[in-house]
Design a protein around this ligand. Structure first.
Ligand code: TRP
Ligand code: ZN
Length: 484
């Protein structure tokens, strides 16, 4: 999906870096392109890069094309732990391509076509390289269809823990950050290339399959039920998910949008159901602070598999581990995951290093929600952390956390404190205007730290480089925030 405004520039920069790093020197092997002979002679078809150019994860994503839409059709048989899929990728070339890569982990590719013509393909680790019969010309659209099957495997990440597809007692779950999608469909697996998604998930009759966006109904045939889901706002691939299982489903409508929530039936009815039932109330509050809710559907999914200990802001429908509700109703975690719908999902990272923008704002949303409900004030939440955080938090710069601290306390807690320090510095009027402007201007796109800082300076009319340097990049505790 093309990025609006300034983000486009940032993205093109990344693609160039990726192209320089990998494979640009190799010999193109494309057939004659379309167009006049003189145009054809000038074109140099080359393979697209095998990475999107993210310094933290050089292998994530790919270069040379831009996806606008995925259609993911999979059938999963829990008895055999077997997945059979056909994924269609609608994309356009951003350079003259002799070949391009998709990310796909495990699974066996059975056939690939590009624009309905058979294409050659090779696999190397998690990279699928597709060589179409004809070269792909910059700016032209193309459609790739990949058929595949096999036993899906989770993705291992030594530093961050795993993600991806897991087989559960009643079905399966595919979920995870910073990557998960490539464990069940071929994808340009980096948040810089957002796209819309249609899912058709076929499971044995009696099981439910939940995914992102608007429910499109279900249909049964010969013992199998196909569940349709559509996410029509651009989505980063790590925000896609599927939960297949024995689910207790709640549906409704709010502000003209469908609500669809589900809890695994082995979770006792109670706190988990009651917490996600608060979703629309929390979303309505967050709208008053962040601006209009960005998506077409609401919901939440609570899962019981003990291997998953986290919640994730999967687009339009966060997924929560049951652990969050063991002590009773917990709407803080709902506020956190819903805040990501604005910050992380609608406005997405261009590179993983900027993760504090997602997590700092989501942590701050928890503090605002707590205050809104009559609990402690945001400034008290700030103060307890400012005075009580460990040295590790002050040593780790949240704006440059390194891969090993990508989801560490500094990113979450010092990230939240950074947001509060900014509020104190610029004052409430400028601060709340900034939050709404950021979600409005970057909506359905991407944005990074530098753009956020630039907007904060534009909205407040203040120089904020010292503040952000200390809070995001310093390695000791910054001074107590003061109005500037
Ligand atoms: N981003 C998630 C949240 O804050 C938490 C998270 C961190 C996560 N690392 C993860 C979720 C890995 C899934 C997998 O809401
Ligand atoms: Zn978060």
């Amino acid at each position: 999906m093309r990025q609006p405004r300034r983000s486009l520039r940032a993205k093109v920069g990344l693609l160039l870096v990726g192209a320089l790093l990998t494979g640009c020197g190799s010999t193109p092997d494309a057939a004659e392109p379309a167009g006049t002979p003189s145009q054809a002679a000038q074109r140099q078809f080359k393979p697209g890069a095998a990475g999107a150019g993210d310094p933290y994860f050089p292998g994530y994503g790919n270069g040379g094309y831009d996806v606008s839409r995925y259609t993911v059709k999979v059938r999963y048989d829990p008895a055999k732990d077997k997945l059979t899929g056909t994924t269609t990728v609608h994309a356009s070339a951003t350079s003259d391509l002799s070949a391009f890569n998709l990310d796909l982990a495990g699974l066996t590719v059975r056939s690939v076509t590009v624009d309905d013509e058979p294409a050659r393909y090779t696999r190397k680790g998690d990279e699928l390289t597709v060589t179409p019969a004809k070269g792909l010309i910059t700016g032209n659209g193309f459609v790739a269809e990949i058929r595949y099957d096999g036993k899906p495997e989770p993705l291992e990440n030594e530093l961050l823990g795993g993600g991806g597809f897991i087989h559960t007692t009643d079905g399966a779950i595919a979920l995870g950050q910073p990557e998960s999608a490539s464990s069940w469909f071929p994808v340009n697996d980096h948040p810089s290339d957002k796209a819309t998604y249609d899912f058709e998930i076929t499971v044995p009759d009696g099981l439910t399959a939940v995914s992102n966006g608007v429910p499109g109904g279900k249909a049964s045939r010969a013992g199998w039920t196909t569940w349709k889901w559509a996410e029509r706002a651009p989505m980063a691939s790590y925000l896609s998910f599927v939960v297949i299982g024995d689910l207790r489903v709640t549906t409704g409508k709010h502000k003209g949008r469908p609500i669809y929530s589900a809890v695994q039936t082995d979770v006792p009815e109670g706190a988990a159901d009651d917490s996600i039932a608060e979703t629309v109330r929390v979303a309505d509050y967050l709208e008053t602070v962040f601006g209009p809710y960005p998506f077409e559907a609401y919901g939440g999914v609570v899962i019981s598999d003990p291997r998953i200990r986290y919640a994730l802001e999967t687009q339009s429908r966060p997924v929560y581990a049951v652990d969050f509700f063991r002590q009773g109703v917990n709407t803080e975690v709902v506020a956190h995951e819903l805040a990501h719908q604005w910050y992380g999902d609608s406005v997405s990272l261009t590179r993983w290093q900027d993760i504090w923008l997602n997590e700092g704002l989501a942590t701050y949303a928890e503090w605002l929600w707590t205050e809104h409900r009559g609990g402690r004030k945001a400034e008290e939440s700030f103060a307890s952390r400012f005075h009580g955080s460990s040295d590790q938090v002050w040593r780790t710069p949240p704006g440059k956390p390194g891969v090993e601290n990508l989801f560490g306390n500094s990113v979450y807690q010092r990230g939240g404190m950074t947001v509060h320090a900014l509020r104190v510095a610029v004052g409430d009027d400028a601060f709340f205007k900034l939050l709404k402007t950021w979600s409005a201007e970057q909506r359905n796109g991407n944005g990074g730290t530098d753009e956020f800082v630039a907007l904060a300076e534009r909205v407040s009319g203040k120089q904020l480089d010292k503040l952000f340097d200390a809070w995001l990049y310093g390695t000791e505790r910054p001074a107590e925030p003061k109005p500037l």
